[in-house]
Design a protein. Structure first.
Ligand code: AMP
Ligand code: GLY
Length: 421
C-alpha cells in the first residue's frame, strides 16, 4: 500500500524514516514535506484539503498519518474518513482537546482529571478578580491555537492583568485569545506522555522529556523544543500507572461518552508536583522533537499500531519496543526563535554513517545538490544507546559532523537524568 504523511517538520520525517523499511509500504508521500523528505518518498502539494482528499481517493491511499495539529482541528481526518480513507489522527471535535484550552480545562473538571486550578473567562474584570486570588507567578493562556505562543507565565499581578487584557481585546492572538484561561502556576518537572489510542484502548509509549528553553540550564526564551530523550527514568512505573488511571483512562472514557471517541495520539503534557502528575495540556499529535526519539524505539509493529488506531482495533496489535534510550539534539538556525534567518548551506563533514545515530531533517530546503538550512529548527541529531550517556554521546557525535553558519544547539540535553547515571 501507499501512505501519506501530512506535515513538513522533523516529526513527519522521523515517522517516514521509521516506516521506510516496512515491506508492506510501497510508497510514502509527504504533504507537503520538506527539502529532505524526498529521500524517503515523494512530496506532494495541493491548493486545499479537498484536492488532497480527491488525490487520496484516486490513488487508493492505504493510510494517512496527520502530523500537525492545525489540519486536525480543521477537520482533515473527518473528510478523509467520510471518503473511506484510513486515517491516523482524531476528528476535529476530538481535536478540541488541543484546539481549545477552555474545552480541555472544562473537560478535565468534568472528569476529575488533576490539573491546575483555573477560571476561564471572556471578561476582563472577572480575570482580574481571579488573578488577585493567586500567588505569583500566574499563568495566562489564550484559548485557541497560537503556534505554541499562547501561554504567558506572568511574574507580577500587573503583567498578568495586562496579558489578560491584550489577549481578550484580540490584540495579541486575534480570535484565539478572546477567551482565556487563568491558572495557578505548578512547580515541578515536566514529562511528555504519549498514548496511541483507537477510541477505546491505548498503548502507552515510553515517557519523554522535552527541553523547551533555547539555552543550556533551561535559560532563555521558550521554543518549540530544543531536544528530547526517551524513556525518561523520571517516569517511574508507579507514576505512569497513576497517569494512566487519573488522566488517560478518564479521558478516553469521557470522550467516548460525549460522542467524540479519541483516536490518534494523545500527548499529555504533565507536570509532576511532589511526585503527583497534573495535566498541563493535551496535544492531539506527536510532540516535536519527542517523536524523533520515540520512533526509533519501535523494534517492530509501528505500522500495525498506526493502523490499529485508525481501524479501532488496537487490542490485537503485536508490537515490540527496544530496551534502548534515544536522545535527540535539535540544531536550529541563527535567529531562532526570534525571527527568520538567512538561508545557509549545510555542510556534512563526515559522510561515514555513525553507528546508532541518524539525522532527522526539518527546516531544510533543496538547492540543487545541496541542502539549505531554511530557518527555525533545521534538523535533529538522534543518538541511540543502552543508556542516556551512550545515546547522548552518539547524538552529539553526529552534531559534530554538521556545519552551517549561525547553527545553535543546546549542549545539555538529558541533563536532568545524566547526573544520576
Ligand atoms: P501548554 O501549552 O499549556 O503546555 O503550556 C506551555 C508550557 O507552559 C508548558 O510546557 C509549561 O512549561 C508551561 N506551563 C503551562 N501551564 C503551566 C502551569 N499551570 N504551571 C507551570 N507551568 C505551566
Ligand atoms: N515538543 C512540544 C510540542 O510538540 O508541543
Amino acid at each position: 500500500m501507499e501512505i501519506v504523511i501530512v506535515g513538513s517538520g522533523g516529526r513527519e520525517y522521523a515517522i517516514g524514516l521509521a516506516l521506510q523499511n516496512e515491506c508492506r509500504i510501497e510508497g510514502i508521500y509527504f504533504y507537503p514535506g520538506n527539502g529532505a523528505t524526498e529521500k524517503l518518498g515523494k512530496n506532494i502539494d495541493f491548493k486545499n484539503h479537498k484536492d488532497f482528499v480527491e488525490f487520496a481517493v484516486r490513488e487508493k491511499i492505504g493510510l494517512v498519518i496527520i502530523g500537525p495539529e492545525a489540519p486536525l482541528v480543521e477537520g482533515l481526518a473527518d473528510i478523509l474518513r467520510e471518503n473511506d480513507i484510513l486515517v491516523f489522527g482524531p476528528s476535529s471535535k476530538a481535536a478540541r482537546l488541543e484546539g481549545s484550552k477552555v474545552y480541555m480545562k472544562e473537560f478535565a473538571r468534568r472528569y476529575d482529571i488533576p490539573t491546575a486550578t483555573f477560571v476561564q473567562t471572556q471578561d476582563y474584570a472577572e480575570a482580574c478578580r481571579f488573578i488577585e486570588t493567586l500567588n505569583l507567578p500566574i499563568v495566562v493562556k489564550a484559548d485557541g491555537l497560537c503556534a505554541g505562543k499562547g501561554v504567558v507565565i506572568a511574574q507580577s499581578y500587573e503583567e498578568a492583568k495586562n496579558t489578560a487584557k491584550e489577549m481578550l481585546s484580540g490584540k495579541s492572538f486575534g480570535d484565539s485569545g478572546k477567551k482565556i484561561v487563568i491558572e495557578e502556576y505548578l512547580e515541578g518537572f515536566e514529562l511528555s506522555v504519549f498514548a496511541m489510542c483507537d477510541g477505546k484502548d491505548f498503548i502507552l509509549l515510553p515517557a519523554a522529556q522535552d527541553h523547551k528553553r533555547l539555552l543550556d540550564s533551561d535559560k532563555g526564551p521558550n521554543t518549540g523544543g530544543m531536544g528530547a530523550y526517551a524513556p525518561s527514568s523520571l517516569a517511574t512505573p508507579a507514576l505512569l500507572e497513576e497517569i494512566k488511571e487519573t488522566i488517560i483512562d478518564p479521558t478516553l472514557t469521557g470522550m467516548e461518552r460525549e460522542g467524540n471517541p479519541f483516536s490518534g495520539v494523545l500527548f499529555c503534557g504533565i507536570m509532576v508536583v511532589k511526585g503527583r502528575p497534573y495535566l498541563l495540556e493535551f496535544n492531539v499529535r506527536f510532540g516535536d522533537p519527542e517523536c524523533e526519539v520515540l520512533m526509533p524505539l519501535f523494534k517492530r509493529g509501528l505500522l500495525d499500531c498506526l493502523m490499529g488506531c485508525a481501524k479501532g482495533d488496537l487490542k490485537n496489535v503485536d508490537y515490540e519496543l527496544e530496551e534502548n534510550v534515544c536522545v535527540g539534539v535539535v540544531v536550529a538556525s541563527k535567529e531562532y526563535p526570534y525571527k527568520n534567518s538567512k538561508k545557509e548551506k549545510i555542510t556534512f563533514l563526515d559522510a561515514t554513517p555513525v553507528e546508532n545515530a541518524s539525522i532527522v531533517f526539518a527546516g531544510v530546503q533543496k538547492d540543487g545538490k545541496h541542502l539549505l538550512a531554511s530557518g527555525g529548527r533545521v534538523l535533529v541529531c538522534v543518538g541511540k544507546g543502552r543508556n542516556v550517556k551512550e545515546a547522548t554521546k552518539n547524538a552529539y557525535g553526529i552534531v559534530k559532523t554538521i556545519k552551517f553558519e549561525g547553527m545553535q544547539f543546546r549542549k545539555d540535553i538529558a541533563y536532568q537524568v545524566l547526573e544520576e547515571e
